[in-house]
Design a protein around this ligand. Structure first.
Ligand code: FO1
Length: 322
């Protein structure tokens, strides 16, 4: 019988605030340019959803599968070379099929659900999965409580996955709600990692539904603001467009400029430096006027070399901020 793993020492790490695809690609580069076991990702679980009686934790699985070399390369989610027999059969049996779960992917949700049923918490499960798959970065789910991001639309409030995947992000955004946040707490692991971090990086993830959800947990934003180590954010907006996902519609909804400057203005109280893409170099003086240092570089992670290059540039920028 499996027993919950010991959680390793999560102090004195490079801490990365992480959503799904963008963060996973960044982490892939980062772990190749730092010593093993020195990176700790604080991962959003606000996108988690129950389907077919199973607990699905997309951002955790996207990061895990990316770092384990299992991710579907073009989708950025799901397992490479997967099949869909189970999904087809589920459809025949009347189950919803809009959230695609491949046969290999299904193993993550089956085992996660079984372990939750056996009393494990999400940190135990992430630790067990990462060890099983040989991933060196420590993954810390942001909370053990149920927090679910919902999008308010003109026709009702939707779970984030219903808004994004089922309805293809077509609905007008009237609001973003974090259901369950009022009674949720970050895990003690998350707070210890943040309190003792040697440097903090906000990955190029969505500032509202990925990073924003983590920062909304009681004490997290405050701890980040108190930190005296270098803190940087990488813009997920390049040339006025999002690399992936619905960030543009969310920035419009929030009345924030759709640019790296807009992202910097969201994080300005929590960071010391902003990493922006070469194509946005002209925004650097306005970002500097917010009181932030600016690093202009190639942030498009096309391949292993560009991922490592971005990570190395971020580490150098943080060393300059010391
Ligand atoms: N994204 C999609 O666009 N369509 C899907 O059917 C889908 C299924 C899916 C299954 C498991 C998983 O871990 C992720 C999945 N995603 C899918 C991605 C995911 O919903 C989002 O990209 C993240 O929640 C945003 O970080």
């Amino acid at each position: 019988m499996l027993t919950p793993p010991l959680i390793p020492d999560i102090t004195h790490k490079t801490v990365v605030f992480s959503g799904g695809v963008g963060a996973a690609r960044f982490l892939e580069g980062l772990i190749q340019v730092v010593p093993d076991d020195t990176v700790c990702a604080l991962v959003n679980t606000g996108d988690d959803i129950e389907m077919h009686g199973l607990h699905i934790s997309p951002d955790i699985d996207i990061v895990l599968c990316t770092l384990a070399g299992l991710i579907h390369p073009t989708q950025g989610w799901g397992v490479v070379d997967d099949t869909d027999h189970c999904m087809h059969m589920l459809g025949k049996l009347g189950a919803p099929t809009w959230f695609m779960l491949g046969d290999k992917d299904m193993a993550f949700h089956i085992q996660r659900s079984a372990l939750l049923g056996a009393g494990w918490h999400a940190t135990h499960i992430a630790e067990h999965f990462r060890r099983s798959l040989g991933v060196t970065a420590i993954l810390l789910p942001m909370t053990h409580d149920h927090v679910h991001t919902h999008i308010v639309t003109p026709t009702g409030t939707l779970h984030f996955q219903e808004y994004l995947v089922r309805d293809r992000a077509r609905a007008e955004i009237r609001g973003i709600e974090y259901h369950g946040m009022a009674t949720a707490q970050p895990t003690a692991y998350v707070m210890d990692a943040l309190r003792t971090a040697t440097g903090i990086i906000i990955a190029p993830s969505n500032p509202f539904v990925s990073v924003g959800t983590i920062l909304a947990l009681p004490g997290v934003r405050h701890q980040l603001m108190q930190a005296t180590v270098p803190r940087i954010a990488i813009s997920p907006i390049v040339g006025g467009a999002a690399i992936k996902g619905p960030a543009v519609a969310m920035l419009h909804h929030a009345g924030v400029e759709v640019s790296a400057y807009g992202i910097a203005s969201i994080y300005r109280e929590c960071i010391d430096g902003m990493v922006i893409d070469d194509v946005d170099a002209a925004l650097a003086p306005r970002i500097a006027a917010l009181g932030l240092k600016v690093c202009v570089t190639d942030t498009i992670m096309r391949d292993s070399a560009t991922k490592q290059q971005l990570a190395t540039t971020c580490l150098k920028f943080m060393a300059e901020l010391q």
